[in-house]
Design a protein around this ligand. Structure first.
Ligand code: GDP
Length: 339
């Protein structure tokens, strides 16, 4: 017993470094596992996860943020997000993440959540248009007037027809006004839609005053208790001054309830610049982004909304009449593969 008692402290002394070694190996393997986990989740999740693994410590430092900002900036730009929106998102990220204490396992979640919040903060949820039109008619007994702007080829005429289809399905009567009196085919194109949808249309000759067409459509709607008037306008180059003057005249005379700007989501910066110009000159209330079905990126949705500070009402998601969906903020999160 005596001998053993003498031996015991010596044994403990020898065990101590081994214990430490075991602890060290444990820690290292934990690190390896967490990095492997990140890699795995990286494959499962979208492209944003790619840079998350660069963050090694639990307290988020400026250099670590810098390290993720560079690839993030590239990813956002590649996805058609405008530079000023990228800057805004970066600023939000720095503000929410810097110095934040987070568990290693929560770092990825924290960054993704912060990105999501930042993006959600940039977007505006649109009002319920169907409800607004119905309420307007109940209160005023007058039609709800919507005027559409957008350059040729943006999907304006198709979007008007799709909205007419939606309204009809909701039991809301409407009339179309072919106030694009400039483009040769546009009146016929709208007429074709009107005939297919079996909704009335007001048209004048080519070259006539667009305000007169819109005015007649409103009068017709008032007389026949039609609840909504959808006015198509010319889509020549948005920088042309006389076109803008025409638009101003229609707005002054008709006093629309809603001015919708239609743009292609695939046109990226072009759409963003157009939205800015239209908003500064005629003042838009909301946006329809067409061709979202062929847009792999989703950044235009974010940028157009941010630069105009106006909500996106609908996304065009195909060529059929049914392909007009109400915009929801969470859609963009899915589109940017942040879910
Ligand atoms: P407008 O000149 O602005 O009136 O444009 P149009 O309405 O004539 O549309 C131009 C083209 O885009 C047409 O071939 C449409 O069928 C197509 N288009 C419009 N909206 C969508 C959409 O949401 N998705 C797809 N894939 N094509 C669309």
């Amino acid at each position: 017993e005596e001998e053993l008692e003498e031996e015991l402290p010596k044994l403990e002394e020898r065990i101590e470094p081994i214990k430490k070694q075991v602890e060290q190996v444990g820690k290292e393997s934990e690190e390896i596992i967490s990095e492997e986990e990140i890699k795995e989740s990286e494959e499962k999740k979208g492209f944003f996860s790619r840079f998350i693994s660069k963050i090694k410590s639990a307290k988020i430092q400026q250099e670590q943020i810098d390290e993720i900002l560079e690839p993030l900036e590239l990813i956002l730009l590649e996805n058609n997000v405008a530079l000023e929106v990228v800057d805004k998102i970066k600023e939000n990220l720095i503000n929410t993440l810097l110095g934040k204490e987070v568990k290693r396992s929560e770092i990825e979640k924290t960054i993704i959540n912060s990105l999501k919040n930042s993006i959600i903060g940039v977007l505006i949820e649109p009002p319920n248009l169907i409800k607004e039109i119905k309420e307007n008619y109940e209160k005023t007994d007058k039609p709800y007037i919507i005027i559409f702007f957008g350059i040729n080829g943006s999907g304006k005429t198709t979007s008007i027809a799709k909205l007419a289809y939606k309204l009809k399905k909701e039991g809301i009567s409407c009339i179309l006004a072919a106030a694009d009196t400039f483009r040769a085919a546009s009146i016929e194109q709208l007429e074709k839609h009107a005939s297919n949808l079996q909704v009335p249309i007001i048209k004048h000759d080519y070259g006539s005053d667009p305000t007169a067409v819109a005015f007649d459509a409103v009068k017709y709607a008032e007389k026949h208790h039609i609840k909504a008037v959808l006015i198509d306008t010319a889509g020549r180059m948005y920088t042309k001054e006389n076109l803008l003057k025409q638009m101003e005249k229609i707005i002054r005379v008709i006093k629309p309830d809603l001015k919708i700007f239609v743009a292609e989501s695939i046109a990226g910066n072009d759409s963003i610049e157009q939205a800015k110009t239209f908003n500064e000159t005629v003042g838009i209330d909301g946006i329809i982004l067409s061709k979202a079905d062929v847009d792999e990126r989703g950044g235009t949705i974010l940028s157009v909304s941010y630069v105009t500070n106006k909500p996106i009402y609908f996304l065009g998601t195909g060529q059929r009449m049914e392909d007009l969906v109400e915009f929801k903020k969470k859609d963009i999160i899915e589109k940017l593969r942040l879910k």
